[in-house]
Design a protein around this ligand. Sequence first.
Ligand code: ATP
Ligand code: MG
Length: 137
Amino acid sequence: IERTFSILKPDATERNLTGAINAVIEEAGLRIVAQRRIRMTDAQAKTFYEVHAERPFYGELVSFMTSGPVVVQVLEGENAVAKYREVMGATNPAQAAEGTIRKRFAKSVGENSVHGSDSPENAKIEIAQFFTDSDIV
Ligand code: ATP
Ligand code: MG
């Protein structure tokens, strides 16, 4: 059994889509084993997206992620990392497959409703930035 880290981004919480997106997650067979609604600080967002620090959209990304509440989650299931990436769809909603979260809900490549870890190793690192072991049940 594997875990992945998920964020429902500010464009999703702003449109009251937490429940709709969680339904897609659960219907895909992933279990929400930790969840908290937070306002990310500038420092948290910068650390979280440090790998993208040199990319041209980094500043825009950090300011978007701190622009409103987000829901941070730990998802558990068989091949959770790959499965959630599949359920999310492509980064750019215009390229996302039918039925995926980003196809259904994302507004643009930047405001794309969800984050999911890209490897089991990164999932562990990302989960540890927001949750302790006792938060995960
Ligand atoms: P995430 O890491 O959020 O799950 P991803 O792995 O599909 O998404 P990354 O390449 O890791 O995509 O980019 C991280 C995030 O940066 C994207 O989800 C998106 O919000 C933002 N982003 C990526 N490319 C662009 C772009 N060209 N313009 C604006 N924002 C972008
Ligand atoms: Mg990524």
